[in-house]
Design a protein around this ligand. Structure first.
Ligand SMILES: Cc1cc2nc3c(=O)[nH]c(=O)nc-3n(C[C@H](O)[C@H](O)[C@H](O)COP(=O)(O)O)c2cc1C
Length: 200
């Protein structure tokens, strides 16, 4: 059984929902099992509760060292000024020991994202995230155009060749659309199939 970690941070629940869809895609592949975890919050509890953040997320927190235990890892983050969220950065900055041991070399990795606006940094957030994954020697996987929803023109939608994405809206009221969730499932399935081949 190949075990794939879906590791995310989500302030308001959009990335959390996308993580669930990615997990569904992984679990749809026979021989693959998704484990969904999140990185620890850095915002104080009272600030999070007072600013409408989604504090009741079911996924347990991951520890940096456990990344080595998985056959592949799919990361999810909201954008912060076109880059990954500080919570995810902080977590990854604790993986120096894994890097020193080369513990993630050769493992497949992929990234999905949430932004408030259509052009608010979906692609830069994913591709700048890839830099860290490449320093770890991971094999970067995107969301290929065989996912037809990447070229949808009939509605506003996330979906990039670099990874699945959703648009939350300026006030966070827009939830992931069917097309965006389909992209997330496709990405999960795609990574799972490649992971199976690499672990065979
Ligand atoms: C400090 C900060 C910076 C942000 N920067 C951007 C940005 O550059 N572009 C954008 O579209 N959204 C930006 N956002 C909005 C978040 O990306 C949005 O709240 C998030 O995608 C929602 O996903 P979540 O519910 O998983 O947290 C920013 C939010 C915060 C708090």
């Amino acid at each position: 059984m190949a075990r794939i970690l879906i590791l995310y941070y989500s302030g308001y629940g959009h990335t959390e929902i996308m993580a669930g869809a990615v997990a569904d895609g992984v679990n749809a592949v026979e021989g693959c099992e998704a484990v969904v975890k999140r990185v620890p919050e850095l915002v104080p509890d009272e600030v999070a509760a007072g600013s409408g953040m989604k504090v009741d997320q079911a996924a347990p927190f991951a520890s940096p060292d456990e990344l080595a235990d998985y056959d592949g890892i799919i990361f999810g983050t909201p954008t912060r000024f076109g880059n990954m969220a500080a919570q995810m950065r902080n977590f990854l900055d604790q993986t120096g020991g894994l890097w020193a041991r080369g513990a993630l070399i050769g493992k497949p990795a992929s990234v999905f994202v949430s932004t408030a606006s259509q052009h608010g940094g979906q692609e830069t957030t994913i591709t700048s995230f890839h830099t860290t994954l490449l320093h770890h020697g991971m094999i970067v996987i995107g969301l290929p155009y065989s996912f037809a929803g990447n070229t949808i023109m009939s509605e506003i939608s996330g979906g990039t060749p670099y990874g699945a994405s959703t648009i939350a809206g300026g006030d966070g009221s827009r939830m992931p659309s069917e097309n965006e969730l389909a992209g997330a499932r496709f990405q999960g399935e795609h990574v799972a199939r490649i992971t199976l081949k690499l672990t065979a």
